[in-house]
Write a new protein. Structure first.
Length: 427
């Protein structure tokens, strides 16, 4: 006996409006699982385009992580160097000219010894800019490099203690010492830049420079200083020599003090009384600034500058995602029309394209976070620094990528949801 095959009862198609009317209940559903599957399929259809689309977010989030990490790392290094240099420096200025009863400066002849005797002082020395005569010019004894300067040279009078306090480093030769100071020796130290302009390449021939008509033997070429570079990288003469040839300072006399770490505030409090117990008001003592305030200011300035750059990178990434997603909407018009004709609502189309752009942004955020962290570590290792990267930055970066992708996909998703099914199928 032949059993008849059952016939499938197909429901008659019902004409649907574009959206359910207010009184009609919409029974269509799009589960999260289906939404993720559709978004993944849409991206995998064009893998090369998806990778290029996510590249903008990778660069933006990577720049965001790298910028904040490098800023924190650099701030830590600045703080360390500040502690070593600026936090151990005390500057003293002679302000006795305002009183009108001091001639030749308020610093006593043994000022260096008085401050060096204080507990916590490594080195101390007086210095001032020498006021030359009008016709004084700088020349050299070398025939090949002999020339007359168009302007007066910048000459600084300093004690041996001042050279030690500023951390003068020699490229060649030696610093003048107490012997030269006691005998008012006519010797000079010159910066390496000035030495190059004068044609002085070696000190083996005992080169001589002339300030006006008076000769000075070049004892050493200064390669660099830790402090007061503007004063100690030109011409430096012993203090006693400057007093003998050009007289006492008229203005600008000062003292530089190098202290042990942590001793600078106490030295700043005691310095004026140690120099002139009778008139401590003759001196203006400048203690080191607060290291926390300096580090905070530097970190804020660097952070604001680099965050602007990171924001620009994120904006470029968002524009790239929006542009690519909009092109994908135009290319997939037929697919959108087919989905709409099979019952998909406008919100389903919107959710699908938002999911695609959001996934691209999240993936770009994850890859960018990894690249940014590796950049921070690589730069720190290359510079022999300690990498500093806040955990909150690493945690927030992928979320920033996701948010960038979602925002970039809003307009293309809205455009896709506005496509009419009949018009889409005709294309």
């Amino acid at each position: 006996m032949k059993v008849p095959r059952p016939r499938l009862a197909l429901p008659r198609p019902r004409r649907r409006t574009r959206e359910a009317s207010p009184g009609q209940q919409d029974t269509t559903r799009l589960s999260a699982r289906d939404l993720v599957a559709e978004a993944t399929a849409g991206m995998l259809q064009r893998p090369a385009r998806s990778l290029l689309t996510a590249l903008g977010t990778v660069l933006g989030v990577g720049a965001f992580v790298a910028v904040l990490g490098l800023t924190a790392t650099a701030a830590a290094q600045i703080d360390t160097r500040f502690n070593v240099l600026s936090a151990t420096e005390v500057s003293i200025e002679d302000v006795s000219a305002a009183s009108g009863d001091v001639v030749g400066g308020a610093f006593p002849p043994d000022a260096d010894a008085r401050l060096t005797a204080l507990n916590g002082v490594r080195a101390a020395g007086t210095h001032w800019p020498v006021r030359l005569f009008e016709d004084d010019r700088l020349t050299t004894s070398l025939a090949a490099g002999a020339r007359t300067g168009a302007e007066q040279p910048s000459v600084t009078a300093a004690t041996p203690g001042a050279l030690t306090a500023v951390g003068a480093r020699l490229r060649e030769g030696s610093l003048f010492g107490d012997h030269h100071e006691r005998n008012a020796s006519e010797v000079v130290l010159i910066g390496q830049g000035l030495a190059a302009r004068l044609g002085i390449t070696t000190l083996e021939s005992r080169p001589t420079v002339f300030i006006g008509t008076r000769p000075f033997v070049v004892m050493g070429v200064i390669g660099g200083v830790d402090r007061k570079a503007e004063s100690f990288l030109s011409v430096v003469v012993p203090r006693s020599t400057a007093l003998q040839l050009w007289g006492p300072p008229e203005e600008g006399a000062g003292m530089i003090v190098s202290t042990e770490l942590g001793a600078a505030p106490q030295i700043a409090h005691e310095a004026a009384h140690a120099l002139r117990p009778d008139h401590p008001e003759y001196f203006s003592v400048v203690p080191p600034p607060d290291p926390k305030a300096l580090r905070g200011g530097v970190s804020t300035d660097l952070g604001q500058l680099f965050l602007v750059l990171a924001a620009i990178c994120l904006l470029i990434g968002a524009v790239g995602i929006a542009n690519t997603t909009l092109v994908a909407v135009l290319e997939r018009t037929g697919e959108i029309g087919l989905r709409r004709s099979l019952g998909a609502r406008a919100r389903h189309i919107t959710a699908q394209f938002l999911a695609e752009s959001g996934v691209l942004g999240a993936l770009g955020g994850l890859v960018g976070t990894s690249l940014g962290a590796l950049t921070v570590v690589g730069v720190a290792l290359n510079r022999e620094w300690t990498p500093v990267l806040h955990p909150g930055v690493v945690a927030a970066a992928p979320l920033i990528g996701l948010a960038t992708g979602l925002l970039a996909g809003v307009y293309p998703a809205w455009r896709a949801s506005r496509i009419e099914p009949a018009e889409a199928l005709r294309r």
